[in-house]
Write a protein that binds this ligand. Structure first.
Ligand SMILES: [Zn+2]
Length: 129
């Protein structure tokens, strides 16, 4: 179960909300306080398009204790249509069918694991389209 604390800390991750800089249009995900492009601090909240393409991926065969018994699984970098890149697990996939450039979609999945740095904490995974 995901703790209420985790929910409070980063609710935007669950809704794919990003910050679009009002000055230069750069999109930060998760949202930041200061734009990494222009240094301004005014943002508009936008919901990211959940579709994108697979830039690269790897198959995790040996994982930390937390993910013991869940290997192998695929992790990839997905570039969403808004240009934002996210690192996420690729779910329900036959590894032989994975290829770079493939169209994928982020879907919300209930996550069992909790941690500060785990990929699984984001609450979504990519599936092939
Ligand atoms: Zn900016």
């Amino acid at each position: 179960m995901i703790s209420p604390k985790y929910h409070r800390e980063i609710p935007q991750r669950y809704r794919l909300e990003a910050g679009k800089c009002k000055a230069c249009g750069n999109i930060s995900f998760p949202p930041r306080l200061v734009c990494p492009e222009c240094g301004k601090t005014e943002f508009e909240t936008i919901r990211l398009n959940e579709e994108g393409k697979l830039l690269t991926y790897t198959i995790i065969r040996v994982a930390s204790d937390k993910f013991f018994g869940k290997t192998p699984f695929a992790v990839g970098i997905v570039e969403l249509k808004d240009g934002v890149k996210v690192t996420t697990q690729i779910a329900d996939v036959d590894f032989d069918k994975l290829k770079i450039g493939q169209k994928v979609k982020l879907v919300f999945r209930k996550i069992q694991d909790e941690g500060k740095s785990g990929l699984h904490c984001y609450g979504y995974k990519a599936i092939l389209l």
